[in-house]
Design a protein around this ligand. Structure first.
Ligand SMILES: [Zn+2]
Length: 318
């Protein structure tokens, strides 16, 4: 892909990021994001080319028309404190989701919180290792982090992984003992590594000797992108993208961060009202409860694993 002005600026931005104060950083990111939105309006939030089901696609269980999956990445202490409230809100609406925790970041996840989530039907996953943007700096960096990540996967009883900042290398991810990874997206020009997998369907990533894992692309725009960067004040983009994914029979996968979700009226510039997220869930429940498969990411991964022989062997896309 050739770099245009906005992409060049974005790369410079990530290089200088640590030295720039937050308000300046955010003003710059918002300016860049508005430019990217204009430039990529033909492929974001909907990239028509992503809607075609892969060869051999078996359809969803029980004749459901599409799958709907909720995930949360817990970035810092602010997010950690809100996990329980968020889980309770979702339970009240009969949703379940996965919570991805950073093993060695700025907080330690209390075991009682993970136990609470598991006991109430939620899933716990691993989010990066340190969440400092350095996991993919070199092959060696990734290889030395992998055994630690695998330890956390085992001790947390987790089968799913998502990298910090949605960085991804599907070949390197074979080092992890995962059933699925969810660090890619169908289309998202706002990410630091903006290459999309161009599909709204999960796919099998084959490794050596029959090993491998399922890739679950995020297919609805992230909350941070919509409400903080692009300063949307309503959920229209989520609704229209979901309608399109549902019509194409794909996987609607949401990544929403409690760190950015404010549950009271006082709100900083890096937060949006949790009522937007709640309103979206209410809308989804009311409109799609009968037609959608509301599943945990591990359920979708298990389903794809069971049917992987139906997929072409060359399904590795990135
Ligand atoms: Zn993160």
């Amino acid at each position: 892909m050739t770099l245009n002005r906005y992409e060049g600026l974005r790369n410079t931005y990530y290089l200088l990021k640590p030295a720039i104060p937050w308000p300046v950083r955010m003003a710059l990111r918002r300016f860049l994001a508005r430019g990217l939105r204009r430039r990529f309006r033909a492929s974001w939030p909907i990239n028509e080319a992503s809607g075609r089901a892969p060869e051999g696609w078996p359809g969803w269980p029980d004749g459901k028309e599409f799958a709907f999956v909720l995930t949360h990445d817990i970035e810092g202490k602010r997010g950690l404190e809100r996990c329980r409230g968020l889980a309770e809100m979702e339970m009240g609406l009969e949703f379940r989701s996965s919570f991805n925790f950073v093993p060695e970041g700025e907080y330690a996840t209390p075991e009682p919180l993970r136990a609470f989530l598991r006991e109430h039907g939620f899933e716990v996953g691993v989010h990066d290792l340190h969440h400092d943007g350095k996991l993919y700096r070199s092959r060696q960096t990734f290889q030395s982090a992998a055994p630690k990540i695998n330890q956390y996967l085992t001790s947390w009883g987790a089968v799913g992984f998502r990298s910090g900042f949605m960085l991804h290398d599907l070949r390197w991810l074979q080092d992890l003992n995962i059933r699925y990874d969810a660090s890619t997206f169908d289309t998202d020009p706002f990410e630091p590594q903006p290459d999309g997998v161009n599909t709204i369907f999960p796919f099998w990533v084959p490794g050596d000797d029959g090993a491998g894992y399922v890739e679950l692309p995020c297919t609805l725009p992230q909350d941070f992108t919509l409400f903080i960067l692009l300063q949307e004040t309503a959920i229209d983009v989520w609704k229209s993208k979901l309608e399109w994914v549902a019509a194409h029979g794909g996987l609607a996968l949401v990544n929403a961060h409690p760190d950015y979700m404010s549950f009271d009226r006082r709100r900083s510039a890096s937060e949006y009202g949790a009522d937007l997220y709640q309103g979206f869930l209410e809308y989804v429940a009311q409109r799609y409860r009968k037609t959608g498969w509301f599943a945990l990411p591990r359920d979708v991964a298990n389903y794809v694993c069971q049917h992987r022989s139906a997929f072409p062997a060359s399904s590795l896309r990135v």
